[in-house]
Write a new protein. Structure first.
Length: 234
């Protein structure tokens, strides 16, 4: 039998050792809006496209979200799936705080969310999450950037991209990234990377940017702040 014979079963391996539904989940991510993250010496920036219908209220759509006051997340893929994971991440963070009276470490919340996503790859009656996440945070270990994929795999990155233009974005980041990059320069690099593969005019209204610095506060930039940065790179 071919691979297609196994494509409707999440819990059955194909003869080549693949779980085909997980590969389909990766395709959902690859069809999503481009998102990227860059870790600087003194912070992390995450950014994403936000292309909406002209009739849609832009304030009702958020692609970058807070997990805690010092950790933020951006997704590529199926929006409602990301909402479930954001809610789970916030509950995990609050449970940790109530238990230990301190903010959850970035790596721990990444590991917990990755475990949730992995569990949905080996359970009957469910499907994998159709999203990849870029999680940015700042804790005692300094600035951190992690990517979590539908399989439940996670890695720490200096810079990464997900979504439909991730290959071009990663190639651009490889050329522009340096170990001693500052947060301000990382924001400029993120905007230039987005612009490289952006279809149409890129404005402060069709991208989102989130940053976290040494002040341990994750912040989603306002359209006016994004406009100032885009003007600086033109």
């Amino acid at each position: 039998m071919g691979e297609s014979e196994y494509s409707f079963s999440l819990t059955t391996f194909s003869p080549s050792g693949k779980l085909v539904q997980i590969e389909y989940a990766f395709q959902a991510v690859s069809a999503g809006s481009t998102a990227l993250g860059i870790k600087a010496k003194n912070g992390v920036v995450i950014a994403t496209e936000k292309k909406l219908s002209s009739l849609l209220d832009p304030e009702s759509v958020k692609k970058i979200n807070y997990l805690t006051h010092n950790i933020g997340v951006v997704y590529s893929g199926i929006g409602p799936d990301s909402r479930v994971l954001v809610d789970k991440g916030r509950k995990i963070a609050q449970t940790y705080y109530r238990t230990y009276h301190e903010t959850i470490p970035v790596l721990q919340i990444v590991r917990e969310l990755a475990s949730v996503m992995q569990e949905f790859t080996q359970s009957g009656g469910v499907r994998p999450f159709g999203v990849s996440l870029l999680i940015a945070g700042f804790d005692e270990q300094g600035p951190q950037l992690f990517q979590v994929d539908p399989s439940g795999s996670y890695w720490g990155w200096k810079a990464s991209a997900i979504g439909k233009s991730m290959v071009n974005a990663k190639t651009f980041l490889e050329k522009r990234y340096s170990e001693d990059i500052e947060l301000e320069d990382a924001i400029h690099t993120a905007i230039l990377t987005m612009k490289e593969s952006f279809e149409g005019d890129m404005t402060e209204h069709n991208i989102e940017i989130g940053i976290v610095g040494a002040d341990n506060k994750f912040k989603i930039l306002t359209p006016s702040e994004i406009s100032d940065y885009t003007q600086e790179v033109e």
